[in-house]
Design a binder for this molecule. Sequence first.
Ligand code: AMP
Length: 307
Amino acid sequence: MSLIVVGSMAFDAIETPFGKVDKIVGGAATYVAYAAANFVKPVQQVSIVGYDFPTEEMEELKGRGVQLEGVEIIPDKKSFFWSGRYHEDMNSRDTLITDLNVLADFNPKVPDSYQDSEFLMLGNLAPAVQISVIKQMKKRPKLIAMDTMNFWMEIALPELQQLLTMVDVLMINDAEARQLTGQYSLVKAAKDILTMGPKYLVIKKGEHGALLFHGDSVFFAPALPLEDVFDPTGAGDTFAGGFMGYLAKTKDVSFDNMKTAIIVGSAMASFCVEKFGATRLKEINHQDIDARIRQFKELVNFDIELV
Ligand code: AMP
């Protein structure tokens, strides 16, 4: 079983109350791949980088079972660069710089060798680009999930609305769900979004966990209360990688299995925030992941007797 991941591979500059890095490898697809490769192989990457993207990072990804045939390297341009600064509470950030560089001309091509994949994760990109990837699939994958952001709601709403009719799972944060629907109540926002196309909706609430909606059902996964959140960059993408990686591994796309998948996604995201960039994701092994998932079980496990 394989998982196709489409999205940015980038350099980031990040400033948090705990420190600062000027240039670290990031990008949505990078985080998704590092997280998902713990559960499913191969991860089939579709992205674009410039001449400056480190070969060691490519080798590291390959060594973890990430195929890079779908990653275009542009010899005379720089990789996408993003810079952000977090506020004191770490729940919000300001984007300081977005240098699209190679991403400005990203016209992804899905290699033939990826065509059998049954799982597709569309990272945050222009909706038209995400649509073009779905259209290239000769057989519709069993499960298509997507991320997006407020920017696309502002400048490409018609394309975004078309894309929503083509996917199974939408993963967004609470502010984005409110913006997309104009509803403050997340339950009302979820009801509206589930009429727009996706059958499943994940609303991420940062340190307050994540909600999974499907029909009239709802499930909640907390975030692990961590003493120090060092850098939240990529937590959402890491969540998506854990979620989709687990579903691809188990090949079960039922609501019940998605409940487990959002716990797995939350566990992976809890590692991501412990160090800058994807540093922590590269250090952990299966034992660390199992132990963290057990911690999550303990966190929400309680006996109650109704009298
Ligand atoms: P997250 O913290 O989950 O929102 O993801 C942060 C990652 O997304 C960073 O590593 C950035 O390189 C990448 N990123 C930021 N803005 C964009 C954008 N407009 N398009 C694609 N990737 C982006």
